[in-house]
Design a protein around this ligand. Structure first.
Ligand code: MG
Length: 341
């Protein structure tokens, strides 16, 4: 009797595309040849065969890449513009006082992974698509240039390659196209993969989108908004007392686990590339081997550190050695190798 070990067949496209309105984005994804994630069905016999073959396989069978500031350098200036646009959104669309923005951004980012996740947690309601188009719509994408060196490195790797970003799919595809890497990956795990489409309850009318948030006000005059600045001003304040966010994103370990499950990725046979230290540490906790990108020194939780993603071949040459046998590891715990390049 066959045993169903994984969920039924399901495409990445169906996970990523939520509504007819997003068909355009769907077409973009198709046009850049990013294919589907398929979930295999294994039988008991196949499982035994799989165990036998596993002994002869290389150490990794998947490379999981963050996108922003990982596949291109921080010096491109996109991150600075993203922060500026988020702050403008908070003032213009959510009606938050300018003087509170720096402290609020800092607390939300630290406690919720992204400012967006934090804003939802403390009570702000807004359309996710509108937020993303505001924050990413005015970025200096022209600063991103085709990267033929990285492209040839990626294409020469005989291993599954998947993008995992907190950003929305339109941004992810735009960045990959700019870098000339749109056909280097099997798929993209993006914001929409982990979060259902959300329209603000403040308005059902698209014509009113421009006015979303103007109906809201800062926490000082709106008791429905949790005062996180006031919360942490108390001497005995703890993060455990904070409201939960409905948004699923890195560095939450459950978000990473969900992403791995959706893409059928075994964390113990996957190398995770990230510029964010806390994402690296969460990745390590769920069993991934990790590469901190953009830093020359390893930190706790990082198995490797790469000053640039371009140093990949020098630092982790074994990725190209597809026939190399893995180290015997009878405990089931992945063997860590530490290289700094
Ligand atoms: Mg990043």
């Amino acid at each position: 009797m066959p045993t169903l070990l994984f969920p039924p067949l399901l495409s990445f496209q169906s996970l990523c595309i939520q509504s007819k309105k997003e068909l355009f984005a769907s077409e973009i994804l198709l046009s850049v040849s990013i294919s589907y994630f398929l979930f295999p069905i294994q039988t008991n016999m196949e499982y035994e065969d799989h165990r036998f073959r596993q002994v002869q396989r290389p150490k990794y069978d998947c490379l999981l890449f963050d996108l922003d500031d990982t596949l291109y350098p921080l010096s491109s200036g996109l991150a600075t513009s993203v922060l500026k646009n988020i702050q403008d959104y908070m003032v213009e669309k959510l009606g938050i006082e300018q003087s509170k923005i720096p402290a609020l951004c800092d607390l939300l980012y630290k406690n919720y992974g992204t400012t967006m996740a934090g804003l939802r947690a403390i009570g702000y309601d807004f359309d996710y698509d509108e937020y993303h188009s505001f924050v990413h719509g005015r970025l200096p994408y022209e600063n991103l240039k085709p990267d033929p060196v990285l492209r040839s490195l990626l294409l020469s790797l005989p291993i599954r390659k998947v993008i995992f970003t907190n950003a929305d799919k339109v941004h992810a595809v735009k960045v990959l196209r700019r870098l000339g890497l749109e056909d280097c990956f099997e798929g993209i795990i993006c914001f929409e993969t982990l979060n259902p489409t959300h329209k603000s309850t403040a308005s059902d009318d698209e014509d009113d989108v421009e006015f979303l948030g103007l109906k809201q006000s800062s926490c000082a005059s709106n008791p429905e908004i949790f005062d996180i600045i006031g919360h942490f001003a108390q001497s005995n304040a703890e993060s455990s007392g904070l409201p939960k966010t409905p948004i699923v994103c890195k560095p939450s370990e459950s978000a990473i686990e969900r992403a791995l499950k959706i893409a059928n990725i075994n964390p113990h046979r996957t190398l995770f590339f990230e510029d964010s230290v806390r994402n690296i540490q969460s990745g390590k906790h769920v069993g991934l081997d990790t590469v901190l990108v953009g830093k020359s020194q390893r930190v706790k939780g990082a198995d490797y550190a790469l000053e640039s993603i371009h140093n990949l071949r020098e630092a982790i040459a074994e990725l190209w050695e597809a026939d190399k046998l893995p180290e015997p590891n009878y405990s089931g715990v992945p063997v860590e190798t530490s290289v700094t390049a």
